[in-house]
Design a protein around this ligand. Structure first.
Ligand code: NAD
Length: 272
């Protein structure tokens, strides 16, 4: 039986036209939330994402909408948040900052525009959505901010200067917000919490270039095996649905005292 504990709640999941964000949007819809999706893609890709989230939520009327903000532009983020305040009757209850981009080359070869874009999408967009969305959460005594950081918010790898800097930044930003909002609401309302999920390797389009770089004339499976062997002791990929299950758990009232955390889902990567 479907458990709709998020009925009456509205969520925004950034970067939810693909990968982890799409899985989280579907899981939140399945738990009863209205879901605003965001992300780039062709009209067909966006329509397909809307249809998937709608189906996961049981095709309730006006329960999924796409907001097309390019998260590199803070004016577009502000316009999206205004639209969302109207759609959600005063402000969203759940904010998942998931959109992220990557470019892996040594520091001295990193194009300046890549630095700017990665910091804008992976870090600054979370600052903007949080500063706009969190006051309404405070008024309601319930709010959930879930920032999809990375193991690279906890440890570094070479060739990922802007990515690692952005993810450490998201972990720090989340801890500050967690402290500022910790005392709001109560056990019954569920409180206002801010947490990071820090995945290791997750099977999504984001890491395809890194798999391809390790195929060395072999199969994709060889590339995946080589990638896992470098860092992830479980030697298993995480699936997007598995990250989504954790995100939905963090939205529960019972998770009111889980705040300021950075939770690794990394097969032991950061235990080493
Ligand atoms: P993905 O490439 O499948 O999806 C990224 C999403 O971000 C897409 O919907 C894309 O349209 C959106 N996006 C990119 N640039 C945007 C922009 N300028 N404006 C609006 N949306 C934009 O990637 P994914 O693997 O699902 O990654 C999701 C998050 O998880 C990212 O923050 C990533 O850093 C993090 N992460 C992924 C892995 C992994 O192994 N896949 C590991 C750790 C952390």
């Amino acid at each position: 039986m479907r458990e709709s504990f998020l009925h009456g709640r509205t969520a925004l999941v950034t970067g939810s036209t693909s990968g982890i964000g799409l899985a989280i949007a579907k899981a939140l819809a399945a738990a009863g939330a209205r879901v605003a999706i965001n992300g780039l893609g062709t009209d067909e890709q966006i329509a397909a994402a809307i249809a998937e989230v709608d189906a996961a939520g049981g095709a309730r009327p006006d329960s999924v909408r796409h907001f097309g903000a390019d998260l590199r532009e803070h004016a577009e983020i502000e316009a999206m948040m205004s639209g969302l305040a109207e759609w959600s009757n005063g402000g969203i209850d759940i904010l998942v900052n998931n959109a992220g981009i990557q470019h892996a080359v040594p520091l001295h070869e990193m194009p300046v525009h890549k630095w700017n874009d990665i910091i804008a999408v992976n870090l600054s967009s979370a600052f903007h959505t949080m500063r706009i969305a969190m006051p309404a959460m405070a008024c309601r005594g319930y709010g959930r901010v879930i920032n999809i950081a990375s193991v690279h918010g906890l440890v570094a790898s070479k060739d990922k200067a802007p990515y690692v800097a952005s993810k450490f930044g998201v972990v720090g930003l989340s801890k500050v917000a967690a402290l500022e909002y910790a005392a709001l609401g109560n056990r019954d309302s569920g409180g206002v919490t801010v947490n990071c999920i820090c995945p290791g390797w997750v099977e999504t389009p984001l890491i395809e270039p890194q798999i391809e770089a390790r195929m060395q004339g072999g199969s994709r499976e060889d590339g995946v095996r080589a990638l896992l062997a470098e860092k992830q002791p479980s030697l298993r990929m995480t699936l997007p649905d598995e990250i989504a299950t954790l995100a939905v758990f963090l939205c529960r009232r019972e998770a009111h005292n889980i705040t300021g955390t950075a939770i690794p889902v990394d097969g032991g990567w950061t235990a080493q």
